[in-house]
Design a protein around this ligand. Structure first.
Ligand code: HEC
Ligand code: HEC
Length: 351
């Protein structure tokens, strides 16, 4: 063999090994332990782990890790926490999306610059990277597209891109970071991109329910197990499904009755998707919210109208399923929803 042949041989072996590793780690599905089916009475026995079987309705996938680009993430984190992006330098993204409080603000409606009251309850920013659209009415398609919304909303940051770009450009640390990450371009596009990068890291793995699905049968209480059974058998999961247990399509709020007439005082925000498309069939239609961490993001619904999970579950039963849930049903369902609280930076989320 010539020296060149040997080099080719070594290269060939290396590439083969690399391909085999890829197939093993990425292509072949993980074989996780199946929670004993007797633990979840009523749930059909599934071949393979609930996480790997093909019936997507029952499967609630594990949260995949984000793909952070460290420099952009750090820059995005700084921007996310920077009140200078708002008109009077008092309100940052974190004002309404407090990462130490479930990624929301705990209010019925958010309060922005000059104490202006918004029209919507603040959803959490955790795991929004898994939502198919952003906002209650899904008007933004991506996280970076979403950023302009709060920045310019008069009841939120009441700012505009000229202000934001100027304030960021005035800061030498930012200039350095943007130089490094975006070739010095400080613009709507790069600011939004950096914030979106940070948001892709706002993932909360390791909820007790995830540990349960991954085989730790003691990770959740018997009540939560019963709640999971009800969640699937009552049909909550037909809407709240997938990795975020929601966030992957639109549905009417009030399938089985007119929630808005019963609640009273209808406002424009209640029209949901209709405000985006103008189509009659989109009246009262909203993105189904993800239910991860829902126990720490009260109050609930786009109108922040109810303060407890118990009330939210009651309303869901009545208006989405046409079903009156007993106090016991609701308690089990709440125990299940409470088991969906995950961890951020190694700490369990708090309300
Ligand atoms: C004054 C409070 C407030 C501020 C400041 C604010 N938000 Fe929000 N955020 C909200 C509210 C309220 C909504 C829901 C609005 C809607 O659906 O129309 C929301 C929605 C979102 C969503 C969509 C989540 C989902 O599940 O649909 C994301 C992502 C988000 N905000 C990120 C940000 C970022 C990034 C910033 C800073 C640039 C920011 N927010 C600033 C209150 C705020
Ligand atoms: C037909 C679809 C559908 C079904 C079935 C359904 N939901 Fe919902 N759920 C929604 C929609 C849409 C919303 C958002 C409503 C709004 O605020 O506009 C929602 C909101 C919620 C919320 C409030 C989340 C938040 O962050 O404010 C909870 C909790 C909830 N659902 C739990 C349940 C439970 C438990 C069940 C079963 C008893 C259930 N849902 C059944 C569509 C559904």
């Amino acid at each position: 063999m010539t020296k060149k042949d040997r080099l080719y041989l070594v290269l060939y072996i290396f590439i083969t090994l690399l391909a085999a590793t890829f197939v093993f780690l990425v292509v072949l599905p993980k074989d996780e332990t199946l929670p004993p089916s007797s633990d979840i009475p009523g749930i059909p026995v599934i071949q393979g782990s609930p996480r790997t079987q093909s019936n997507a309705i029952l499967a609630i996938p594990d949260l995949p890790p984000g793909e952070p680009q460290p420099g952009k993430v750090l820059l995005g984190e700084k921007l996310f926490n920077d009140p200078r992006l708002s008109s009077d330098s008092t309100v940052s993204c974190a004002t309404c999306h407090d990462l130490s409080r479930g990624g929301a603000d705990g209010r019925k409606f958010s309060v922005g610059v000059g104490s202006a009251l918004g029209d919507f309850n603040s959803p959490t920013v955790f795991n929004t990277v898994f939502n198919f659209r952003q906002f209650w009415d899904g008007r933004a398609h991506t996280l970076s597209e979403q950023v302009s919304g709060p920045l310019t909303n008069i009841a939120e940051m009441a700012s505009n891109w000229a202000i934001a770009v100027r304030r960021v450009s005035e800061d030498s640390e930012y200039r350095k970071a943007f130089g490094h990450e975006y070739g010095g371009e400080i613009s709507e596009k790069t600011i939004a991109d950096a914030i979106a990068h940070f948001e892709t890291t706002l993932i909360t793995p390791n909820a007790p329910f995830d540990r349960f699905l991954n085989g730790d049968t003691a990770a959740i209480s018997d009540e939560a197990k019963k709640g999971y059974r009800y969640f699937t058998s009552f049909g909550c999961i037909s809407c709240h499904q997938g990795v975020n247990i929601g966030g992957n399509f639109f549905q009417r709020f009030g399938v089985m009755g007119n929630y808005f007439v019963d609640r009273g005082d209808p406002v424009k925000a209640d029209l949901g998707r209709y405000n985006v498309t103008g189509r009659e069939e989109d009246r009262y239609v909203f993105k189904v919210p993800g239910l991860r961490n829902v126990a720490v993001t009260a109050p609930y619904f786009h109108d922040g109208s109810v303060a407890t999970l118990d009330q939210a579950i009651d309303i869901m039963g009545r208006y989405q399923l046409g079903r009156t849930l007993s106090e016991e049903d609701r308690r089990y369902l709440a125990a299940f929803l409470e088991s969906l609280t995950g961890e951020y930076r190694g700490e369990r989320l708090k309300p």
